[in-house]
Design a protein around this ligand. Structure first.
Ligand code: PNS
Length: 164
């Protein structure tokens, strides 16, 4: 049984993330989507909220599980006996940082490979920060994130007025 981990901040999950998760679910027996901390980002949503959004968004995918973890991705992948860490690549600008992380993770945990899936052209421009900016400025985020989480995103924006 091949397990893959799809890690990310998912703040919030977008159709771009879902495209990668769906494709990973078609390639591996078990996919664990792990909400993690990116120390260079200040999240708008709590871990619990991000997990809940992902649960709703992946409800139809039987081999996909949602989890969260506070430590190192390399340790998490080992704990879960994951063969692969799956990351999405949108553009060359993503590559340098992702490559650096992949090499670091391999050093920390040589048993887990990192595999990159290129995003579909349709989702190339999409990012969680863009979604938050659009929402904060009163724009329509339909088509960027699943309908099932739009209400919660707009509510959070209304309540906090927090910056993306
Ligand atoms: O969606 P993001 O913000 O690009 O995801 C980045 C994330 C959360 C996968 C990365 O920051 C991460 O792996 N965090 C866990 C802590 C860790 O292992 N840091 C060292 C990475 S080499």
């Amino acid at each position: 049984m091949k397990t893959a981990v799809c890690p990310g901040s998912f703040d919030p999950v977008t159709y771009g993330h879902l495209d990668i998760i769906r494709r990973a679910a078609g390639m591996f027996d078990r996919v664990i989507v792990a909400v993690m901390t990116n120390s260079s980002k200040q999240p708008m949503f709590t871990k619990e909220e991000r997990v809940e959004f992902l649960r709703r968004a992946t409800a139809g995918l039987d081999n996909v599980e949602i989890d969260s973890f506070d430590g190192l991705l390399a340790d998490y992948a080992r704990q879960k006996n994951a063969a692969v860490i799956v990351k999405g690549l949108r553009a060359m600008s993503d590559f340098e940082y992702e490559f650096q992380m992949a090499l670091t993770n391999r050093k920390l945990n040589p048993e887990t490979e990192t595999a990159f899936l290129t995003t579909t052209a349709e989702h190339m421009y999409l990012s969680s920060s863009l979604v938050k900016q659009v929402a904060q400025l009163g724009g329509d985020i339909t088509g960027f994130v699943p309908d099932s989480i739009i209400g919660d995103i707009m509510e959070k924006v209304r309540c906090t007025g927090k910056q993306a």
